[in-house]
Design a protein around this ligand. Structure first.
Ligand code: AP5
Ligand code: ZN
Length: 217
């Protein structure tokens, strides 16, 4: 199964992707996580991405598309993947279509997570992430760790993302509306979009998503 997850910053894409990827036995590919790993390893790619991410702007397609293609070409993605944060504008969506077409493959669904703006702001403000593993995501009130600042899963230190400051979040939302939302219409024209509400408990949203996705492999 090849799925694209789309939704505003803080909608819960990363949170849901962790469960959905496990349920569907496909890798979770997050371009945001790939950029953050490159930044913490001090790679050239990380150096190129950092200023854009800190400002809440999109990293240029010339950097992003190649990185995403490389990751999708890894053996574990041969039978499917769950894309989180890619594509993020129409030219990335076109590049993905082209890549899939060249391999004789196609997307099965685009899962659109709908959340009101005041809720995403609350989710982002309280988010804390583990330094050891970016899939260990907590929230200071909605899913608080047992000990403040410490990851329940591995004991790692929890931190707040640099781009989760109020000003940057405002820009990320603006970028989402102007550059990313148009891909929903792009995929609607292909009949691929399933929209679900991402309000409610994490487990409820996962159930809703699993019910909405087409069967297939
Ligand atoms: P990226 O890392 O993709 O960030 P994003 O899209 O802004 O999304 P977030 O990670 O903020 O939110 P999420 O939807 O994953 O929410 P989460 O599950 O954590 O991108 C960051 C930057 O990288 C971009 O700004 C850009 O610069 C660059 N970039 C990345 N991809 C790019 C691309 N393709 N092209 C160009 N640039 C790119 O949940 C949020 C919080 O809510 C958590 O605390 C969680 O615990 C809580 N939560 C989740 N679900 C629930 C629930 N149901 N109820 C209550 N709380 C919940
Ligand atoms: Zn951890």
């Amino acid at each position: 199964m090849r799925i694209v997850l789309v939704g505003p910053p803080g909608a819960g894409k990363g949170t849901q992707a962790a469960y959905l990827a496990k349920n569907l036995s496909i890798p979770h590919i997050s371009t945001g996580d790939l950029f953050r790993a490159n930044i913490s390893q001090g790679t050239d790619l990380g150096k190129q991405a950092k200023a854009y991410m800190d400002a809440g702007d999109l990293v240029p397609d010339s950097v992003t598309i190649g990185m995403a293609k490389d990751r999708m070409s890894q053996p574990d993605a041969a039978n499917g993947f769950l894309l989180d944060g890619f594509p993020r504008n129409v030219s990335q969506a076109e590049a993905l279509d082209e890549m899939l077409r060249a391999e004789g493959m196609r997307l099965d669904a685009v899962l659109d997570l709908e959340v009101p703006e005041d809720e995403v702001v609350k989710r982002i403000a309280g988010r804390r992430i583990c330094r050891n593993d970016s899939s260990h995501v907590f929230h200071v009130t909605y899913s608080a760790p047992k000990t403040e600042g410490v990851c329940d899963t591995c004991g790692g230190e929890l931190y707040q993302r640099a781009d989760d400051s109020e000003d940057t979040v405002r820009n990320r939302l603006e970028v989402y509306h102007t550059q990313t939302e148009p891909i929903i219409d792009y995929y609607k024209a292909q009949g691929l979009v399933v929209t679900i509400s991402a309000l409610g408990k994490v487990t409820e949203v996962t159930e809703r998503a699993m019910a909405a996705l087409p069967n297939g492999d």
